[in-house]
Design a protein around this ligand. Structure first.
Ligand SMILES: *Cc1c(COP(=O)(O)O)cnc(C)c1O
Length: 390
């Protein structure tokens, strides 16, 4: 059986967890938490990184830091995980969805400006599959309209845009260290604070609304309740697991990219012959091998292929059902403009198994099965694939 995902494990995780226990410190903000956030600050060149209990929670912190309240609007694409929208809806905002680009599945930057109203407060971008959105244009639109930019870089740890780390470009960046992501701590995440003016409030929100972080640095005598907040600190046990991974961040990244490239080369002929489409990486982006997906003709063909692969012990999956089609999406959001690509392209997308240390043999087996599946299939209408290439 080839699993869709296997959580990454480098080897030192157990030793570090044991060390955390021996340190007599298993709650948050101990040695391992500081190692992790310090490493990210240096590597991604950000003033402050705070480890959180999940990317969902990091996004919730971002929404609070943007001072989102009832009546505000935030713009995002509908092809994303629920947390991207949920964090803002929980603060009372209305989500305004705009269409995606078919080539990267990211928000179509040309559709953003038309969706801005006087209520708009933030643009939330999702770097799908660790491939950057068109950030130069998006930052320019935000600046011109005085809007926050929040990056959902859950999938984008170690990816860059014009050489700059994803998560470090907007006002706030958000990483996920869930077991399905490139680097893991079981459940966990981080918020990247790219403007130092927000650091103090961010620390307060993360520490139940108290100035406890200042207290620990000796900057105040006692800590008290100063704002509203929650408990967004992960345990040292989780941070210890993550530290083992971050220490080997390059190795994990290269390993995933090798697998990604192997898929990409193995499937080139199927694309040339018009059966499938492969992911597209814009020139200004380096990605992190987070995900390998293909697009097939339509939803029926996708279901057939999933079944075909399952019969051959291969777990391939799809996501996301566009948020604007969901019950909560209808209630809390609206789609601005026309849904030309979001629904159509999401129905064609299929994710193939990719995780740290997946073997080349497995990838060869998977791609051979896919080739056999398409042997007697009619080709995709070339016009359709041209259109989707943008
Ligand atoms: C995984 C993911 C999240 C949620 O991350 P958690 O750490 O599980 O909360 C949010 N957004 C995107 C785009 C994701 O892929």
């Amino acid at each position: 059986m080839i699993n869709f995902n296997t959580p990454p494990c480098i080897g030192n995780e157990i030793d570090y967890i044991e060390e955390a226990i021996k340190n007599n410190k298993i709650c948050g903000d101990g040695i391992f938490t500081k190692k992790c956030s310090g490493w990210m600050e240096k590597r991604f060149k950000v003033p402050k990184v705070l480890l959180t209990t999940s990317c969902t929670h990091a996004l919730e912190m971002s929404a609070i830091l943007c001072d989102i309240g009832p009546g505000d609007e935030v713009i995002m694409s509908s092809f994303t995980f629920v947390s991207t929208a949920n964090a803002f809806v929980m603060r009372g905002a209305t989500v305004v969805f705009v269409d995606i680009r078919p080539d990267t599945m990211n928000i179509d930057e040309t559709k953003i400006e038309g969706a801005i109203t006087e209520k708009t407060k933030a643009i939330v971008v999702v770097h799908y599959a660790g491939v950057a959105c068109e950030m130069n244009k998006i930052m320019e639109i935000a600046k011109r309209n005085n809007l926050f930019v929040v990056e959902d870089a859950a999938q984008g740890v170690m990816s860059t845009y014009n050489g700059i780390a994803l998560g470090s470009i907007g006002d706030f960046g958000n990483f996920s260290f869930h077991e399905t992501k490139n680097y893991s701590m079981g459940e966990g995440g981080a918020i990247l604070i790219n403007d130092s003016r927000h650091v103090e409030l961010a620390e307060i929100i993360r520490e139940k609304g108290t100035d406890r972080s200042k207290f620990f640095r000796g900057q105040v005598d006692k800590y008290t309740w100063v704002e509203y907040g929650s408990s967004y600190l992960p345990s040292e046990i989780n941070a210890a697991y993550l530290w083992a991974q971050l220490e080997q961040a390059n190795e994990i990244n290269e390993n995933r990219l090798r697998s990604w490239n192997y898929y990409h080369e193995s499937l080139v002929d199927l694309e040339k012959n018009g059966y499938i489409q492969r992911p597209y990486i814009p020139e200004e982006c380096t990605h992190n091998g987070h995900m390998y997906y293909i697009k097939v003709k339509d939803i029926e063909e996708r279901s057939e292929l999933i079944e075909y692969l399952k019969e051959r012990d291969i777990m391939a999956v799809f996501h996301y059902i566009p948020l604007h089609l969901s019950r909560a999406g209808e209630k809390y959001g609206r789609f601005h403009g026309e849904d030309i690509y979001t629904s159509n392209e999401s129905e064609r997308l299929l994710r193939l198994p990719l995780y740290y240390n997946i073997s080349e043999d497995n990838i060869r087996y998977i791609t051979n099965c896919i080739k056999t599946f398409f042997k007697d299939k009619p080709k995709v209408d070339s016009k359709l694939s041209e259109l989707a290439k943008g």
